[in-house]
Design a protein around this ligand. Structure first.
Ligand SMILES: [Zn+2]
Length: 289
């Protein structure tokens, strides 16, 4: 084996071991200040925030905000996208809103984002990646004049990062899970952040819509909430044709029982008119059901 490859492999294994050793130090540090830290953590989570961030290794949400494990529910993907048909991020949103009862969602983009840079070029980065980045290209195309009017390449990239965060916030407002939550009286707030890798600071971005009511009515959905659904189910049950068929069937069963009782009393002989009536009702019932 080439000497260089051997040397590189040793370096990589050493680095990998250092990452694991870091975990041992982390545990020791936490236990030094609280013996029950991990026991308490294992009891459950009740985060108040869902953060959708970029997978970029330079943008770790907990470290940047000095928050502890358990405080932020986190979903990360390339360029912090909230694509309406993406099963993964939609499941995260649904779980966070309907089960964890979070009160805020934060979309956090960052400066010098590789995903944003790639979306601004015409160079293919691979089938699935091109497809994913297409969502950013849509934002780029919409604001191309503004972005291209900026002088430096960094400013162009960071401007698109900010616009991309705003676009993802709008996608969250349009999301049915969020709209339903608002209509049920649980107003989830949505914020847009830009993390500046070069300074470490997070900037809060001004977002066009502060509530789902402010977005275009084209995307507004009306939900039949549980209480309304129960009422309408009750009303439809009372007037449904199935209901009247069921009632007729119950009545018929009652008559049959009564007549069988009479039959017993008459020594096994049914009166002819009762027999005919029963037969007619049975035919009528089979036609209706
Ligand atoms: Zn990124």
């Amino acid at each position: 084996m080439n000497q260089q490859i051997v040397s590189n492999s040793i370096q990589e294994i050493t680095h990998y071991n250092r990452v694991l050793e870091g975990n041992r130090r982390y545990v020791a540090k936490k236990l030094a200040s609280d013996d029950n830290y991990f026991k308490n953590l294992s009891k459950g989570q009740s985060p108040k925030y869902l953060l959708i961030g970029c997978s970029d290794s330079r943008a770790p949400p907990n470290e940047l905000t000095e928050t502890d494990p358990g405080e932020i529910f986190i979903h990360r993907n390339i360029a912090n996208l909230m694509i309406p048909t993406d099963l993964n991020s939609n499941c995260v949103i649904q779980y966070a809103v309907e089960h964890l009862n979070i009160h805020s969602i934060i979309v956090m983009g960052h400066t010098c984002c590789g995903g944003i840079k790639a979306a601004m070029t015409q160079q293919s980065v691979g089938g699935l990646l091109d497809l994913w980045l297409n969502q950013i290209k849509i934002v780029y195309e919409k604001h191309q004049d503004l972005i291209e009017s900026l002088e430096s390449e960094d400013d162009k990239v960071n401007c698109l990062s900010s616009l991309n965060v705003r676009a993802q916030v709008m996608n969250i407002w349009k999301n049915p899970i969020i709209q339903k939550s608002w209509q049920k009286g649980n107003p989830i707030m949505v914020h847009g952040w830009l993390f500046r890798v070069e300074t470490g600071y997070i900037e809060e971005l001004l977002i066009d819509s502060q509530t789902p009511e402010e977005m275009s009515k084209v995307f507004a959905l009306k939900f039949k909430l549980d209480s309304e659904r129960i009422l309408s189910k009750k009303a439809s049950r009372q007037s449904s044709p199935q209901n009247s068929t069921r009632k007729r069937f119950q009545l018929m069963q009652k008559k049959i029982t009564q007549n069988l009782k009479k039959l017993k009393e008459n020594g096994g002989r049914l009166e002819q008119d009762i027999e005919l009536q029963l037969l007619g009702e049975l035919i009528q019932n089979s036609q209706q059901s």
